[in-house]
Design a protein around this ligand. Sequence first.
Ligand code: KMH
Ligand code: ZN
Length: 308
Amino acid sequence: MPRKVMITCAVTGAIHTPTMSPHLPVTPSEIAEAAIGAAEAGAALVHVHARNPRTGQPDQSPEAFAPILGVIRQGCDAVVNITTGGAPTMLVEERVKPAAHFAPEVASLNMGSMNFGLYPMLDRYPQFNHDWEKPYLEGSKDRIFRNTFADIEYILTTCAENGTRFEIECYDIGHLYTLAHFVDRGLVTAPFFVQSVFGLLGGIGGHPEDVLHMKRTADRLFGDDLEWSVLGAGRKQMAIALQSVTLGGHVRVGLEDNLWIGPGELARTNADQVTKARQMIEALGLEVATPAEARQMLALKGGDRVGF
Ligand code: KMH
Ligand code: ZN
């Protein structure tokens, strides 16, 4: 049997702003349609953030998520993964609300406080369509994406009652050790779905040696309990995804972390990136995992046991 590779698609996020691409999903229907399109193209999981439909500003209120989640659930069988990262400008109490309210199968969980530098992108855009965009990017120079041990524990315990499991986002080697700490304390249980993040300013780089070191360390700490996936920010997205697949891992794509489909060419849809990842996986003689297979690999509670 060929190995099954899970594709996650993160359709909008909170890194990019609307001026950067006319294809960035902003309204509830754009976000939901992007998720359904990604699922149809082969994504087993979709990672969801919400935005203010008028301004595109990240919005972590359950009300902003409600119209998105309902449409995705009606439109496809993909596993829905709700962000608890929200945006680095938000406090953890605000960030956890949608996952606590809607009890998804999966929520993201960020494994450490860090710098999260978006400000280099300022140079590429002479002007912005919305007032919030420039200060948001500029502010990242002096902003900490806060994920203390107490914050992580708060998210884990808040979501535990709902049977939600986690996409554990590790932006550096130390974050793997933080995960091991929470495993030792019994707050996170196997299997561990680790999403290693490469190439964000403030986290580990995107060199093949970085990817290899992350994989080796994760293997050493978690062994057979690991389901390892990667997310390469920006133009290295597919190269890092390819390296993961050849090393036995899974992949995450989507406009949240990369707006492009090729050099100088904006991705028109999230599905285009999923298709590209899928073709790469199949060219290696492997198969993409279905949502049912992802549910089995990640020991999820099932799409009929969510609160949306
Ligand atoms: N864009 C990723 C690097 C979250 O939503 O919890 C970070 C992320 C965080 O996806
Ligand atoms: Zn996210």
